[in-house]
Design a protein around this ligand. Structure first.
Ligand code: ACO
Length: 448
């Protein structure tokens, strides 16, 4: 199989959201902390009728319908999620309801979990399958689904929720450059979920930022090294049109891209211009650790990378800024933003993705765009996803209502024997929603 990659995509996020500006005021944070400080505009959240299973049912059903894919044509289904609803039964098995109906139960794959990285593990599994000798000619399907919620406190505004479905196969408009990958995996307690009675993570915010930036650096080093071995020349920012990051909040994305430029500067890559060299020269002798602590370096590198950021990163930021951190779906939502914004200009271009999951696991990898053929064309993917329409038809909740909803969800997490309000008035037709959890903890869903 050649040019294996993403043939089709769809995204779903809850229509319920809270404005960061309103949340900021409600939380008593200083004005601008969430909007400018974190760089976030709005945050989506699941109300009591939605969860990671309903969102993934919606995303998968919608993708199959809109691209006219017969469920029998799926041979592998992989889910990435860090939202634990059951410690044994995979989310994938819930999704099998869609496929059983058409008589297809011959579908490999289960769930992958490690914080926000599970979706990337799932994606690699599917791509590797299509590239392997066990491939049977059918499509792979990857689903990233998460509801990111935090206890009250500084991390709360960095929540979000979404599900993304991606169809995997050969001759894709979004093809993997499979040899170009750099990973960094290590043991850290930056963000983890040891309390099984709560949906909320334990998070060391500052440590998680540093771990993330160190992972960016290390993955980029390995990535550049592999590129050089393969191509016989140095890689630099000028060798890719766009850079897409896992996006817990936009400020971290700005800092990460600035780090890449700093890396180019340190390696003396050819693309770094004289002005940048001048700006970053004072920091060339910092040790690695010092460089993560230096506010001056952070400022100087963000300034130096501003115009490159506007060209190569800004087009990827729309959905993460509007929806928030979607954990496993976050980097693919950023990628979906790029397709939404630039679909007609992408053919032939290279894009680099950076996926990060706390704990920690990270990979930087490369994709190449091709025009593609209907229905698997970049323009059709953009129109199917209908990002602008979905963003526009949302319902803003006041912060009080959002907090009330979080309290109810805390109560419901891990609970049994309840029925939901079944109020699906805010959901668009075709959306799945939770109706009941019975006395055996079995979950039931309906479709609007
Ligand atoms: N106007 C403008 N900017 C402001 C204002 C204001 N009024 N107030 C603060 N800021 C800026 C700060 O200067 C800072 O920006 P800087 O880093 O460029 O200096 C930014 O806003 C955040 O302020 P902090 O005081 O650093 O925020 P705090 O420590 O309260 O929380 C944090 C931020 C750590 C990101 C928290 O939200 C968190 O823990 N989130 C979850 C962890 C996370 O997402 N980690 C990322 C990788 S791991 C993952 O994906 C889960």
């Amino acid at each position: 199989a050649k040019n294996v990659g993403i043939l089709a995509m769809d995204i779903y996020f809850p229509p319920t959201c809270v404005q960061q500006e309103a949340l900021e005021a409600h939380d008593g944070a200083s004005k601008g902390k969430y909007t400018i400080g974190l760089g976030q505009d709005c945050m989506a959240f699941c109300t009591e009728v939605e969860d990671v299973i309903s969102m993934s049912l919606t995303a998968v059903t919608s993708l199959l319908a809109k691209y006219k894919i017969d469920p029998k044509q799926i041979g592998r289904l992989e889910v990435g999620s860090e939202t634990v609803i059951d410690k044994s039964k995979s989310i994938k098995t819930f999704l099998m309801q869609i496929f059983e109906k058409s008589g297809n139960t011959d579908i490999e794959g289960v769930d992958s979990t490690n914080a926000c990285y599970g979706g990337t593990a799932a994606l690699f599994n599917c791509v590797n399958w299509v590239e392997s000798s066990s491939w049977d000619g059918r499509y792979g399907l990857v689903v990233c689904t998460d509801s990111a919620v935090y206890a009250e406190g500084p991390a709360r505004p960095t929540g979000g929720a979404a599900a993304i479905a991606m169809l995997i196969g050969p001759d894709a408009p979004i093809a993997f450059e499979s040899k170009l990958r750099g990973s960094h995996m290590s043991h850290a307690y930056d963000f983890y979920k040891p309390n099984l009675a709560s949906e909320y993570p334990v998070v060391d915010g500052k440590l998680s930022q540093t771990c993330y930036l160190m992972a960016v650096d290390t993955c980029y080093k390995y990535f550049c090294h592999k590129y050089e071995k393969l191509e016989g020349k140095q890689f630099s920012l000028s060798d890719a049109a766009y850079f897409v990051f896992h996006s817990p909040y936009n400020k971290l994305v700005q800092k990460s891209f600035a780090r890449l430029l700093f890396n180019d500067f340190l390696r003396n890559a050819s693309s770094v211009d004289e002005i940048t060299k001048e700006k970053l020269a004072p920091f060339s002798t910092l040790t690695g650790d010092e460089s993560y602590q230096s506010r001056d370096l952070e400022k100087a590198s963000q300034q130096a990378s501003k115009s490159l950021y506007d060209a190569k990163v800004q087009p990827t930021t729309l959905i993460p800024k509007q929806v928030g951190n979607m954990y496993t779906a976050s980097v693919y939502a950023a990628f979906a933003s790029l397709i939404h914004n630039k679909n007609s200009e992408l053919a032939g271009k290279r894009v680099i993705l950076f996926s990060y999951g706390s704990g920690l696991t990270a990979t930087m990898f490369s994709l190449r765009f091709h025009e593609g053929q209907h229905p698997f064309s970049l323009s059709n993917i953009a129109s199917v996803m209908n990002v602008a329409g979905k963003l526009k038809s949302r319902h803003e909740f006041p912060p009080e209502k959002f907090v009330e909803s979080m309290k109810l969800m805390e109560h419901r997490y891990g609970a049994k024997d309840f029925v939901t309000s079944k109020d699906c008035s805010l959901l668009s037709p075709g959306t799945y929603y939770l109706t009941e959890v019975d006395s055996m903890y079995r979950r039931f869903y309906a479709k609007k």
